[in-house]
Design a protein around this ligand. Structure first.
Ligand SMILES: NC(=O)c1ccc[n+]([C@@H]2O[C@H](COP(=O)([O-])OP(=O)(O)OC[C@H]3O[C@@H](n4cnc5c(N)ncnc54)[C@H](OP(=O)(O)O)[C@@H]3O)[C@@H](O)[C@H]2O)c1
Length: 222
C-alpha cells in the first residue's frame, strides 16, 4: 500500500486518478482548501455508490498535507499554476519521495489547441529546478483522458513516462500498472518531457475535427 497524494486533486484528472488509486493504495486528495477536497470525495462516493475503499482509502487534505503524508505525489493542477504550486511547497518535500507531473502544456488559440510553453522548457523541467534533488520526478498521464478513468470501463491506453532516473520510472510504472488497462512505456529522460506535454494538444485537435470521443495514445507493435 503506497501513500499517493494529489496537488489539485479536486479537478477532473485528480478525481479520476484518486478513484482509481484508492482501490489499491492510500490516497490523500489535496486541494488549496480541505473543504473543497472533502466535497470532491463526497461527490466520488455519491457517484460511485458504497465501496469500502472509498471510505477507508480516500482522505481529504490540503496540498501541503498531501505532500507530508505521501510517498508519491501527483501534480494535477493547470499548467499555469503548476510551477507556483510546487514552489509554495518546495520546503515540504523530502528524500525518497517521487513526484509525477500530469501537467500538459495545452491552451486554446482560436479554433486550435496549441502547446503553451512560456520559455523553451517543459513544465516538468521547470518543476525539476525547484524540487530538492533527492526527490524523484517523472512526467506521465498527459495523453490519458480523465473521463475514461472516471467512467471505469473499457480503459485501454499507453502511458508515456519521462524520468531521468530509471528507478523513478519503475516506481511510476508500478503504480500505473495498478490501474487496469493502462500500460506504462518509458520515453526517456526529462529532456523529452516537452514531447509528452505537447501531445495533449494533438489529441484534442484530432478528437475535435474527427468527432472522436476521448482519443488517447496506444502503440501497436508488430
Ligand atoms: N482533464 C484531463 O483529461 C487531463 C488529461 C491529461 C492531463 N491533464 C493535465 O492535468 C492537469 C489537471 O487537469 P484538470 O482537467 O483536472 O484541471 P482542472 O480541473 O482545471 O484543475 C485541477 C485543480 O487544480 C487546482 N487549481 C486550479 N487553479 C489553481 C491555481 N491557480 N493554483 C493552484 N491550484 C489550482 C484546483 O484545485 P483546488 O481549487 O481544489 O486547489 C483544480 O480543481 C492539467 O495540467 C492538465 O493539462 C488533464
Amino acid at each position: 500500500l503506497t501513500a499517493v497524494g494529489f496537488l489539485g486533486g479536486t479537478g477532473e484528472l485528480g478525481m479520476a486518478l484518486s478513484l482509481q488509486f484508492s482501490k489499491t493504495h492510500q490516497v490523500y486528495l489535496g486541494s488549496r482548501s480541505v473543504e473543497k477536497a472533502t466535497a470532491a470525495i463526497n461527490t466520488i462516493r455519491q457517484e460511485k455508490g458504497p465501496r469500502d475503499y472509498l471510505q477507508s482509502q480516500l482522505i481529504p487534505v490540503d496540498n501541503e498535507e498531501a505532500v507530508r503524508k505521501s510517498d508519491v505525489i501527483l501534480i494535477t493542477v493547470p499548467h499555469e499554476s503548476a510551477v507556483e504550486t510546487v514552489q509554495n511547497l518546495a520546503h515540504t518535500f523530502r528524500q525518497g519521495q517521487i513526484v509525477i507531473s500530469a501537467v500538459a502544456a495545452v491552451t486554446k488559440s482560436g479554433e486550435d489547441f496549441v502547446a503553451d510553453f512560456v520559455s523553451g522548457k517543459s513544465y516538468v523541467e521547470k518543476i525539476r529546478e525547484i524540487l530538492p534533488p533527492a526527490v524523484g520526478l517523472a512526467a506521465a498521464f498527459q495523453t490519458v483522458p480523465a473521463n475514461i478513468l472516471y467512467k471505469e470501463k473499457e480503459i485501454s491506453a499507453d502511458v508515456l513516462v519521462a524520468a531521468d532516473d530509471f528507478s523513478v520510472f519503475e516506481r511510476a510504472a508500478s503504480l500505473i500498472n495498478d490501474i487496469q488497462g493502462l500500460r506504462p512505456l518509458y520515453l526517456g529522460s526529462l529532456k523529452l518531457s516537452g514531447e509528452v506535454e505537447r501531445l495533449t494538444a494533438l489529441l484534442l485537435n484530432v478528437g475535435k475535427r474527427n468527432k472522436l470521443k476521448s482519443p488517447t495514445l496506444k502503440f501497436p507493435s508488430f
